[in-house]
Design a protein. Structure first.
Length: 114
């Protein structure tokens, strides 16, 4: 009888690896708790500053910052509350604006940044 991959237990060495990457990334020195902040612009500004300051990244500051944000969102998966996901998705757009790239979504009223 074959068990599904979801029911198999992972070896201890693999548990928590994404948390370790987020906390100890060798590419960016992130501010503690940056992904828990409620202000998308503050999250984006912090990621931008970390990416521009880093001498260990292997790509552009924009790609590095966006990759770290996407990594966090993707690893949280379904466990990420809808409100937190909305904040992090808004942080993606703020990051694009900070790097002079076009937004993917229209700005919400009250947060009119161009």
């Amino acid at each position: 009888m074959t068990t599904s991959s979801k029911s198999r237990a992972r070896p201890a060495k693999y548990r928590g690896w994404s948390q370790q990457v987020t906390e100890t990334s060798s590419a960016l020195d992130l501010e503690p708790g940056v992904f828990t902040w409620d202000d998308p612009l503050a999250i984006a500004a912090s990621l931008k500053a970390s990416a521009e300051r880093s001498t260990r990244r292997k790509t552009t500051p924009f790609a590095s910052a966006m990759s770290m944000l996407n990594f966090y969102i993707n690893r949280a998966g379904r466990q990420l509350p809808e409100q937190r996901l909305a904040c992090l998705e808004a942080a993606k757009d703020e990051l694009r604006v900070l790097f002079d790239k076009p937004r993917r979504r229209p700005a919400k009223s009250g947060a009119a940044r161009t």
